[in-house]
Design a protein around this ligand. Sequence first.
Ligand code: KG4
Ligand code: ZN
Length: 335
Amino acid sequence: MYFLGIETSCDETAAAVFTDEPRVLSNVVASQTELHSRFSGVVPEIAARAHLRQILPVIDEALNRAGIAIHQVGCIAVHNTPGLVGALLVGVSTAKMLALALDVPLIAVNHVHAHIYACRLAAGRDIFPCVGLVVSGGHTALFDCKDALNYDLLGTTRDDAAGEALDKVASILGLGFPGGPAIDRESAAGNAKAFRFPRSLLEDGTLDFSFSGLKTAVLYTVQGQDRSQPTGSPTGKHRADLAASFQQAVVDVLVLRCQQALEKTGYRRLAVGGGVSANRKLRADLATMCERERVELFIPPLELCTDNAAMAAMAVEKFHRGEFAPPDLDAEPNL
Ligand code: KG4
Ligand code: ZN
């Protein structure tokens, strides 16, 4: 049986074809990075309009690459929450239209949960129960993943998401948009111990995160407490050291919180997803911690870390349990 997955929650228009195993047959992503880069961030209205232009060609391409025709699709899966409402609406409306026209079931998938399910998809075997960490541009959240469909929130960010902090600090350092990959690259040449930035761990007992203080600490280091330093971005070794020291502070907090969540749940498996899990230092430090703690680590390959529609294969689990969406399914911007 063939499923068609659709993703339009932020600035990637994506469609994928997968089977009920689940096995991915095609995974097409049309990025809008170029449209948003001159604004140093995603502009919701531009994103929604670009999704409208791209969604049908992207679906066609996904069907072509999978080698199937539209009438062979037996179920439509769509990420309907969370995200930019105008962007989500394009995917949700397209999915509802296709389900109606093809007379096949419609399944709604939570985009953040799907980032964890990407680990199950890449592993090709059961990974539950596990601790799940989602680190993306919009979310930083830890889950107690009891099985393939039941994820209880253990902790979340009280202010900026990790990806958001990376993007904003990249902008402070004059590294462009999107900032995550730029910080990753710039840090490779820097000394992570050059600056001692704060690791915000809030009060004891919570698994929540906070990254806005760290972002402000970088801003003050670059521009001075009273912003009196000469304007203009840092350069050379100085900039690489700032990037590496900041990146290490983000990574240290994420790794420690994962370790605490593993201790709290007693699970021996950790699944990590979302765009920031593409970060090389985060991947390396998580691997070291998991080896030390004898925990099995699941991080998907890069194309399944960043936004995609293949991870909507979480719908296969819902299909087996008969969890279908109503024909009046709505886009829900908040988690
Ligand atoms: O999951 P995602 O593609 O979209 C959202 O759902 O938000 O995550 C995007 C985030 C952005 O903040 C981007 O800067 C970050 O992932 N990112 C990275 C890397 N690649 C993407 N952050 C750190 N290192 C990377 N290599
Ligand atoms: Zn995402």
